[in-house]
Design a protein around this ligand. Structure first.
Ligand SMILES: [Mn+2]
Length: 446
């Protein structure tokens, strides 16, 4: 017996209220506002999608709010406003609470009848079933009763309603696929448990990476979060061409068909630059800029937060400062909808022969310098470019040379009165230290 055609949207883990920008304080003010608003912007995008697609209902599988959210909070009011807009569009919404929003006022407001009529929040005490007779749909769900739920809630889910399209709505860690530690392995489910329920569709939330876990004979789906929240792999768009969002599910003759729909406004990416051994910093910057511009072309209209990683073997592996690279890239790439948020130098030293060649060039440079130039060399090249703070400390201890921020006139050892012997001693020691560092050794003699 065939049911009516219907369609719904499956979304989860909005984490409204999460302050994404706390860690990225160097975004300029306009950028900061845009990124901070991105989780709430998802609601506007979802309303626009609902107007376009006219789904019959929406399923929200937990972690709507990032934290305890009182009904007096602005974010809560905005969410309530979103529910009202859906109500005006005649779209129902079914919600369960997850570990993040269990202490929000969502369920209590629903029970106090303070939410619009189109909204149903599943109880926390036990699983419940909501049937939509018109479409022959039965939605079974349960909210979290507490933050840490180790019980297998699905084991007590109701029997399927015969001849209905049965949907299970739950915030869960499925098969512990992502090797979550005990404290995050919430309301665990596995295939055997789901098989037993004989439902048609499992609408999951919790894991932020989208994934279709089971395709046949029923669907089990994580839509992922609709807005990336950090630089963690599950939050980035590195492996997904269409960003983050939700699933539109169209059901004909009880056969569900999934279409992914984008809802995000800001995207995290990692741009990996493969460095060849003798490429200098300007070549590395140029190649990275090209990589970033191609990401930009593939993500029009989105705000991009990019982590740059340098990989490979390089003669200059320890001469490239992450902070300096970050500054030069952000200077090269002055777009209002893009920011390089982090640079990570994962370069390894080249072969010993290559390193020796690099040392030789330093030696030659050092030997050709007079005292003033040597001073400058040590200050500019060594202090500015060598990454190891301890090296500076050591140099300071050994020669009484202080970091550049302290005027040179206050430094005792290196001065105009320095004699030939002292000068050559400094050169030799500098060479020794530089060579050890270039070889990846400790600066100490041991
Ligand atoms: Mn969660």
């Amino acid at each position: 017996m065939a049911g009516k055609e219907f369609k719904f949207i499956h979304i989860s883990d909005l984490h409204i209220g999460r302050e994404i920008t706390k860690k990225y304080s160097f975004l300029d003010p306009d950028q900061e506002i845009r990124v901070r608003r991105s989780p709430i912007k998802v609601l506007d995008n979802l309303v626009a999608l609902a107007e376009e697609e006219e789904p019959d209902f929406i399923l929200l599988a937990g972690d709507t709010f990032d934290d305890d959210m009182p009904s007096s909070d602005n974010y809560f009011k905005k969410f309530k406003n979103f529910l009202k807009k859906l109500d005006q569009l005649n779209i129902d919404i079914y919600i369960v609470l997850g570990n993040h929003d269990v202490d929000s006022d969502l369920l209590t407001s629903f029970e106090a009848k303070k939410l619009p009529e189109n909204t149903y929040v599943f109880p926390a005490k036990n699983a419940d079933t909501f049937t939509i007779d018109n479409f022959k749909v039965a939605i079974h769900g349960q909210s979290y009763p507490k933050k840490v739920v180790t019980e297998k809630l699905v084991e007590k889910f109701p029997k399927p309603v015969r001849d209905f399209f049965n949907i299970g709505l739950i915030h869960t860690s499925y098969e512990n696929t992502y090797k979550l530690d005990e404290t995050h392995n919430y309301a665990p489910t596995n295939k055997a448990m789901l098989d037993k329920c004989e439902y048609n569709y499992w609408a999951f939330g919790h894991i932020h990476k989208r994934e279709i876990l089971i395709q046949d004979p029923y669907l089990a789906v994580y839509p992922g979060n609709p807005q990336g929240l950090s630089t963690k792999p599950s939050e980035t768009c590195n492996d997904i061409s269409d960003g983050k969002g939700c699933y539109l599910v169209e059901v004909k003759n009880f056969e569900p068909e999934l279409t992914f729909k984008t809802l995000d406004d800001a995207r995290f990416f990692t741009a990996v630059t493969e460095v060849k051994k003798d490429q200098d910093i300007s070549e590395i910057v140029n190649n990275t800029v090209k990589k970033i511009e191609s990401i930009q072309n593939e993500n029009p209209g989105k705000f991009l937060m990019i982590t740059v990683e340098l990989e490979g073997k390089s003669d200059y592996y320890n001469l490239i400062l992450e902070e300096e690279l970050l500054t030069s890239l952000n200077e090269e790439l002055e777009y209002e909808d893009l920011n390089i948020i982090k640079c990570i130098n994962k370069l390894k030293p080249s072969t010993k022969e290559d390193s020796l060649e690099a040392i030789e060039s330093i030696v030659t440079e050092l030997e050709g310098l007079d005292i003033d130039d040597l001073e400058n060399f040590i200050n500019e090249t060594v202090f500015e470019h060598l990454t190891k703070k301890e090296f500076k400390k050591n140099l300071n201890k050994k020669f009484g040379i202080l970091p550049k921020s302290i005027p040179l006139t206050e430094q005792k050892v290196i001065s105009d009165e320095i004699d030939e012997q002292e000068s050559s001693e400094i050169i030799n020691n500098s060479i020794k230290i530089a060579s050890r560092i270039i070889n990846g050794l400790s600066y100490k003699d041991d």
